[in-house]
Design a protein around this ligand. Sequence first.
Ligand SMILES: Cc1ncc(COP(=O)(O)O)c(C=O)c1O
Length: 448
Amino acid sequence: MLQGNELPRVGAPAGAATREHFERKERCVARGITHMAPIVIESARGAVIRDIDGNLYLDFYGGIGVANAGHCPGGVVETIRRQAEKLLHSCFMVAGYTPYVDLAEKLVEITPGDGPKKAMLVNSGAEAVENAVKIARAHTGRPGVIAFEASFHGRTLLTMSLTSKVKPYKHQFGPFAPEIHKVPSAYCYRCLFGASYPDCGLACLDYFDRFFTAEADPTEIAAMIIEPVQGEGGFIVPPPEFLPGLREICDRHGIVLIADEVQTGFGRTGRLFASEHYGVVPDLITLAKGIASGLPLSAVVGRAEIMDAPTPGRIGGTFGGNPVACAAALATIGEIETQNLCARARHIGEFLEGRLRTLQKRYPQIGDVRCLGAMVAAEFVTDPDSKTPAKEIPGALIAACFRRGLLVISAGVFSNVVRFLPPLVVSDEQLEKAAGIFEEAVEEVLGK
Ligand SMILES: Cc1ncc(COP(=O)(O)O)c(C=O)c1O
């Protein structure tokens, strides 16, 4: 059985079972659903994944930001087992059970904001975003939603419409949901106003004056939704004034500020929620991914008067707040707190950022290094002056890392970013090994 502290061990060739898996998958799974790594996972623990051929990999994508407390944390697995023996499902819309309320109480307690708050539970990040928008519309009686370029909010019709990357997410999937307005995000490396921070004076905030004149009246806007750090867009960390500026604009116009913390939540950025870095209290916050160590669960949490806008029976769902998932979430949050994984995220971020910045001095193709806690990314360009996105580099690097036993994935609105999202329980030895592998991969792909 894996301990979780192993180092990579690769070299066993794909055996018959792996080959058969891929043949069967091709026959019965829609081809739109792809694997990023050509392996079949047998088990995982901590920061280590074992494939069915016996190879061991360091997982630096963490189930895409889900395994914050590590793969299969012992206490969480035991809690799941105990809850599964008692109650798998009843549907919270029909009859109550305590894990739902226990978790709602905990989320209300740990999310930013001191005033009265409430929560609702659903199943996925996209479903949380859908519900946050419904709640904001019910509260304001307004239709419009402002979203940001380079954002990702999910793959359902509404959340895909809020999302800002054409391929693969939107192409041929229209028509899109109406009443959605896109504005530039604070992507300083590629500022849409051609300015540079801090001399820009935050042109992206000033833009709202023009937007509210040319595009939409603020009295018709229900909500503004922002990822405090844009995740799929390429780990875009805004300057410190950006979120407080958005808070002020929303306050001025009675717009509900939704922080989509699906990827940034639960310790990932070095605080329990990334909004805390900016001293901003969102009206609503959407949560998923790291909440329950992999069980499907998501939440909308926010100001009670807004959360209560939909009258009884108007929000919910068959599986939302499943008792096993709620129990897993409570145990996961317990692990994050008792192991102080926020501090660990900060350590991981500092370590990886340092190594990437050293590499950047040797490789001009590393155009930008961005990081907030253990959300760490490198953006690749053909040359630093033109900043032309080098889309082919992440794929080659990811393959070179894979051959050495390190799993990383790409991101970026221009598909030119490699991102690191390791489980926050990763050891120093594993971090050192992963950084070494990445450096070797860069040397292989970009030359010594
Ligand atoms: C910020 C953000 N919001 C929403 C989603 C959608 O979550 P899900 O895939 O669980 O629907 C994601 C997924 O990556 C995300 O990163």
